[in-house]
Design a protein around this ligand. Structure first.
Ligand code: GLY
Ligand code: MN
Ligand code: MN
Length: 567
């Protein structure tokens, strides 16, 4: 899912604006009038309620214990991303980096060693956090930076250095058996604002680690090279034929010169020659860089939440559920989708949530059929069902709660019929969200009930008809990311998932018109425990009766009337 954030800006009336290009201060422009400057959330000014330094340290120790001898893990912070001209998106830390460090500023690298290393003076260390350096001018504009000292005192790192050091005194990565790194996302931008932003740190790492010399191919291509290198002589032709058949599904195979050559070879002698070439290619591209270890291990760790994490996640979820309650009370047919979004988000801010965990989805009627509808531009919700999928992000943890309610406070018979099916499917999904059950079980249960329900209403012709009325999965993990990483195998104690079945009947669907434009999703956030599922978002009403009762209540916003600006 694409995550767009609203930019947070401040302006000054008589501002001084510095431009720094290629490392040199080249100009100071005094701008009279309104000048916008970016504020990424400065960690040093923020609340203390975040995860403790001990939490992050413990996570690093768990990861270190999984690393084989003589290995090193290298994780980069997120970069600052540009929105337009001199305005950037609000900075958001990479969740894996945050999980291991607690550092919430850009332009940083964590280097984690499996064993103690010795510095020039003989002191031992097994990790270094390289961070952006203190800079009074940038801090005047953008907020305080932790700097080396802050990282030591606030985050408990015993060795911290300015990020420039990562470039000037690069670690000798070649001497390690394994260098664990995450895939580079290619969206690092060289903004030339300083000499050690993530762009420069990654560039330096690619050079010092030998990454630039590696031939980078898709893992599938590498896998096929391995297969060809090991194919027995008796099967040379058969493998070539099978590979030719796979070209349509995997166009990258055809594009790979060696695979193409193998497939095009007309005799076993020629095939043997290509096989030999591939063996040499594999032998010469040996590298100690490993892109799989970190995502795999961190997914495994992040799937199961600690007590500290559950506390923050529960708060994010409760804030979001209370947002749903306030909207149920306030909703009126004359309201717009964006006004409804604003009420949710106002509640989030009132509780001190930093952001939304993902762009808020408020879709009335047919708009609800667009699964990630974020335009939220309909002027009047009228009598439609309004699908509201929103989540507050609180101290890094995001909720993901959906309620679907009738704009006028009463479900029509058709809306109610569809709603009841989804609710039944959701309850069945929640019920099987139990330790030891397969991750996909809630989805299978929900799908069965939805198919049965659609069949009974005559919307599909048979229970096993393939249809597009429930086109998404039922569950995902939840945490620092809205779609959090995990193993997607058996449910484990203290993991948190969503259960979110839906039925979407867009206009023009092959069924009676009376169903058109009805979209229902109900989404709750479920803590899986040894004692059974706990619905962390249960505060937000879910049954038809509870929703209608809540919507009949008064809201303080009933009195909140602004002057009209329409001509
Ligand atoms: N809000 C995105 C999702 O439900 O997965
Ligand atoms: Mn979800
Ligand atoms: Mn959602």
């Amino acid at each position: 899912m694409l995550i767009f954030s609203f930019i947070s800006m401040r302006y000054s009336i008589f501002g001084s604006f510095y431009l720094k290009l290629e490392g040199r201060m080249i100009g100071r422009l005094v701008v009279i009038g309104f000048l916008f400057s970016i504020v990424y959330t400065a960690q040093a000014q923020m609340s203390k309620e975040y995860l403790s330094a001990e939490f992050h340290k413990d996570r690093r120790e768990v990861l270190r214990a999984k690393m084989p001898k003589n290995s090193v893990a290298v994780l980069f912070s997120n970069p600052v991303r540009n929105r337009a001209n001199d305005v950037d998106y609000v900075f958001h830390q990479d969740p894996n980096f945050y999980y291991l460090t607690g550092y919430r500023e850009p332009n940083a690298v964590l280097v984690l060693f499996s064993e103690n290393q010795k510095d020039a003076s003989g002191s031992c260390f097994n990790e270094v956090l390289y961070v952006q350096k203190k800079d009074p001018l940038r801090e005047l504009w953008d907020g305080k930076r932790l700097g080396i000292e802050g990282v030591k005192t606030e985050l408990g790192f015993s060795v911290a250095k300015n990020a420039e050091e990562f470039i000037k005194n690069a670690v000798d990565f070649k001497k390690f058996d394994n260098v664990y790194v995450e895939e580079f996302s290619d969206d690092y931008r060289n903004s030339l604002v300083n000499e050690a932003e993530v762009f420069d740190l990654v560039t330096s790492f690619k050079e010092s680690s030998g990454f630039n010399k590696m031939s980078i191919e898709s893992p599938n291509v590498k896998y096929v090279h391995q297969i060809i290198a090991n194919v027995p002589d008796a099967q040379l032709e058969e493998v070539a034929k099978n590979l030719a058949l796979s070209f349509k599904k995997y166009p990258e195979f055809k594009k790979d010169q060696l695979i193409s050559e193998y497939v095009d070879a007309k005799t076993d002698d020629l095939r043997k020659k290509v096989k030999h070439k591939i063996k040499i290619e594999i032998a010469t591209r040996k590298t100690n860089l490993d892109f799989k270890f970190l995502p795999t291990q961190l997914a495994d760790m992040r799937e199961v939440k600690t007590k500290e994490e559950i506390k923050l996640l529960t708060k994010a979820i409760r804030i979001s559920a209370i947002g749903q309650i306030e909207v149920m009370k306030a909703m009126k047919p004359h309201m717009s989708e964006s006004e409804i979004q604003g009420i949710h988000e106002f509640v989030y801010k009132k509780y001190g949530a930093e952001y939304e965990g993902y762009p808020s989805i408020v879709g009335a009627g047919n708009n609800g059929c667009i699964l990630h509808y974020i335009e939220n531009s309909k002027k009047k919700v009228g009598k439609d069902l309004v699908l509201m999928d929103l989540g507050a992000e609180y101290r890094g943890y995001t909720a993901d709660v959906t309620r679907t309610i009738p704009a006028n406070g009463k479900f029509s018979p058709e809306q109610k019929a569809i709603y009841q099916i989804v609710l039944k499917a959701q309850n069945a999904g929640i019920e099987v969200s139990k330790v030891g059950n397969n991750f996909w079980e809630p989805g299978a249960k929900a799908k069965k009930i939805i198919n049965q329900g659609l069949f009974e209403l005559g919307i599909i012709k048979s229970v096993d008809e393939s249809h597009g009325y429930f086109p998404h999965g039922t569950s995902h993990y939840l945490g620092l990311d809205v779609h959090d990483p995990g193993n997607y195998r058996q449910f484990r104690h203290n993991s948190v998932i969503t259960v979110e079945p839906g039925i979407y009947i867009p206009e023009g669907s092959p069924c009676d018109k009376k169903w058109w434009g009805i979209a229902v999703r109900i989404e709750d956030d479920i803590l899986i425990t040894n004692e059974g599922p706990v619905n962390l978002s249960e505060e937000a009403p879910r049954t038809v009766k509870d929703i209608e009762d809540m919507m009949a209540r008064k809201s303080v916003l009933d009195e909140f009337i602004l002057p009209s600006l329409d001509d």
